[in-house]
Design a protein around this ligand. Structure first.
Ligand code: PLP
Length: 404
């Protein structure tokens, strides 16, 4: 049973008025709203449990540590990793990718080596690799894309050479909604003995992901995009790979023994978690994952797919509507432009109607260049959006279009 009215009651912000109109929140690709259970878990921990983890023999420290480590197990189960040693807590997808770019670069990248990324990557899956390439004298190779927003898989196969060291690809494009064929991308890379990082920032909130089924080597996602708190995210890595990588940052928690002559590093996953973690956020992230699991990822997927189908159908009837990204497998993200209306004008005027959408390049400037546009308007759906909200969006777009 997917009782949307009951679900919406879990998110107090959804009953806010913006400019005296009901909020229509369609910026879930940027961040999602938080259910009560997530916020209450944070308040409860700060009020009743707070103490630094892993360091104390006292009751509160052990309780906080238990909550933090139980959250790691919740994440493990949620993505079906083999072991909690494979779950590294980070600040988010961006930090997860920076961690990997640094550590993998230090261990495995030499002058002349190549990293494959795709045309539709978010800046956070481009820039850390560029920085690493600059440090190491390596090069980026880019998987091209067809006009409908699907990757050119034949061109992908041709990008491999003896010096290919890693493939980095988004599971779902935050601009086009394309669900990339990551299973094929991973299989092909493995045929060349090349490991793969999947950026799961836009997939984990929308459908079930399974590390053992995907068989990717690394996978990154953010808590705040899956109804959890800001400032926490995850890097999954196969244990064999993580064992071979050097630490990213030095400090407390990540060491076994320190002397001025030599430091030895802690075991997994702590080797990659220097300093005090945001243990309140990890606990709240686990609550968010419990929340979506109780609703059922398959139910969330079905609900959002139906909304996307309905929105595409209704929006396609608007004069001058141009969808950016029409792949055959599309997730709950709709980028569009209408006639010659600037995306910023459309976003600003929709805001006046209480409708929150995102405008601009969406941190994907190379993709914008490929499409020959400066930016788009983006509506992205979450588990609590309704067909009435899609209707409000359509009416809003029509009203703005009439003004031009
Ligand atoms: N990758 C994709 C596909 C994204 O959509 C985003 C955020 O929009 C990120 C990475 C970066 O996530 P964060 O800002 O949470 O680190």
């Amino acid at each position: 049973m997917y009782d949307i009215n009951k679900i919406r009651e879990d998110f107090p912000i959804l009953s806010r008025k913006i400019y005296n109109r009901p909020l229509v929140y369609l910026d879930n690709g940027a961040t999602t709203q938080k259910p009560r259970c997530v916020v209450e878990a944070m308040v409860d921990e700060y009020y009743n449990v707070n103490a630094n983890v892993h360091r104390g023999v006292h009751f509160l420290s052990q309780q906080a540590t238990d909550l933090h480590e139980a959250s790691r197990e919740t994440v493990r189960a949620f993505i079906n990793a083999r072991s909690t040693n494979e779950i590294l807590f980070t600040r988010g997808t961006t930090e997860s990718i920076n961690l990997l770019a640094f550590s993998f670069g230090e261990a495995f990248i030499h002058e002349g080596d190549e990293i494959i990324v795709s045309t539709m990557e978010h800046h956070s899956n481009i820039v850390p690799w560029q920085m690493m390439c600059e440090r190491k004298g390596a090069k980026l190779r880019v998987i091209p894309m067809f006009d409908n927003g699907e990757l050119d898989m034949d061109a992908y196969k041709r990008l491999f050479s003896k010096t290919t060291r890693l493939v980095c690809c988004a599971h779902v494009s935050n601009v086009l909604g394309t669900v990339n064929p990551v299973k094929d991308i991973i299989t092909i890379a493995h045929e060349h003995n090349v490991p793969v990082l999947i950026d799961g920032a836009q997939s984990t909130p929308h459908f079930k992901v399974d590390m053992q089924e995907l068989d990717c080597d690394f996978f990154a996602f953010s808590g705040h995009k899956i109804y959890g708190p800001t400032g926490v995210g995850v890097l999954y890595g196969k244990e064999d790979w993580l064992d071979k990588l050097p630490p990213y940052q030095g400090g407390g928690e990540m060491i076994k023994n320190v002397s001025f002559e030599k430091t030895t590093y802690n075991e997994l996953p702590y080797k990659f978690e220097a300093g005090t973690p945001d243990y309140v956020a990890t606990h709240a992230l686990a609550k968010a994952l419990d929340y979506v699991s109780a609703l059922g990822m398959d139910n969330i997927y079905a609900h959002e797919q139906e909304l996307t189908r309905y929105a595409m159908e209704r929006m396609s009837q608007i004069d001058g509507m141009r969808f950016i990204g029409t792949p055959s497998h599309k997730d709950a993200v709709i980028s569009f432009l209408v006639g010659n209306i600037h995306h910023l004008d459309m976003g600003t005027l929709l805001d006046r109607l209480g409708i929150a959408v995102r405008t601009g390049h969406h941190c994907a400037e190379p993709l914008m260049r490929r499409l020959g546009i400066e930016g788009t308007v983006r509506a992205s759906f979450g588990l609590y959006n309704t067909k009435e909200e899609v209707d409000a969006l359509v009416a809003g777009i029509e009203r703005v279009a009439k003004m031009f």
